[in-house]
Design a protein around this ligand. Structure first.
Ligand SMILES: [Zn+2]
Ligand SMILES: [Zn+2]
Length: 109
């Protein structure tokens, strides 16, 4: 994506579940927003078969990342599941589940 103002290559910026594009040269921000959650969810359910564990009995068997901070309640510590996305050129995704409030979020490595 090219900046319409100065022609510089724009960069994606992730804000929670959305990706916006901005120009590092002039600061222009694109209005076009990609919703990561929706598009990824469709891919996963159809092609990847990724299951997010919500069963507390299974959750406690997962490793805990002590440095993961829950974006919802601020608790430090979350159960981690690492899932490989469907194509090899995509990095694996970490799915975190807050040990306190059970909020689930993803991080792309
Ligand atoms: Zn620009
Ligand atoms: Zn939490």
């Amino acid at each position: 994506m090219i900046c319409p103002k100065c022609g510089h290559l724009m960069r994606p910026r992730r804000e929670k579940e959305k990706i916006t594009f901005f120009c590092p040269a002039c600061g222009y921000e694109a209005k076009k927003v990609r919703n990561v959650k929706v598009s990824r969810k469709v891919n996963r359910s159809v092609n990847e078969g990724v299951i997010v564990i919500k069963d507390p009995a299974k959750l406690i068997s997962l490793p805990i990342d002590e440095d993961a901070v829950c974006p919802k309640c601020g608790n430090k510590g979350a159960y981690v599941q690492v899932v490989q996305t469907r194509s090899a050129d995509e990095p694996p995704t970490r799915i975190y589940t807050c040990t306190q409030c059970r909020y689930v979020w993803r991080e792309y490595m």
